[in-house]
Write a protein that binds this ligand. Sequence first.
Ligand SMILES: [Zn+2]
Length: 295
Amino acid sequence: MQPFFLLAALVLSMIGLPPAVAGDSSTGGPQLLPPQGPVAQGEVARILVRGVPAAGTVAGSWQGEPVGFFPLANGEWGALLGIDLRLSPGTYPLEVRLQPKGQTPVLWKEPVQVVAKDYGVEHLQLPERMVTLDAKTLKRVKQEEARFSAVWEQRSPECYWREPFLRPLPGTLLSTFGRNRVINGEERSPHTGLDLRAAVGEPVLASNSGRIALVGDFFFHGRAVVIDHGFGLYTMYFHLSEVKVKKGERVERGAVIGLAGATGRASGPHLHWGVRLAGARVDPLALLKATGGET
Ligand SMILES: [Zn+2]
């Protein structure tokens, strides 16, 4: 079975029936299947447009960011919607535009309800030099964060992946996504990825196909790799002992991109795995779930 047919089948099975649809279904016209019910902070929702004519295109907008749609099969186009960990609960518009070739566009504006999610609190003890930074280190950290921000702003115009996302290594969860962090008794930034148990030297796999967007050795993240999966979707892999890829290189789903380690600010060997979706900080497990991967 072709991967995109498989994905289409997965999308349909995940969305479930009967779907809430927007658009004129009585005449067999195009339909938008928005998220089914409220979506929580840090989660990923699938959306689908049905009945897209050949040579038609679909584009969307969410939180002022473009939503990248990709063709599946049988006139269906899919997209992923990321809800930032700190997006205030409320109702926000999802705008979708179907442009049939040479015809009037079809526009949808659907309210999406965002609800709060309690991800818990984590207390950590770290060496003071890794928490209270001197001026030189602080400058380095700011420059490094700017390199990451520059990556998140890039939007590759194509979608590099088709199959479900996979876990980069099999290790158990050491720390979940979204926890508020109290380090040495002080409240700090939340944990925007998840930590998987790993031995030093254990292979780390590309969660899906893409292009290497960033490779470096960072104060907090240690040796790190960021993969661009297209349309503003990125996965990141931190604290590696060794990096096996170069910036700009194309990688296939499941390829070894590095070896796990404890570089940067890490209290022991593990893999920090994070996801950005059109700028939103989302739970990697939510990405697995939304694409039919094994959590
Ligand atoms: Zn982590």
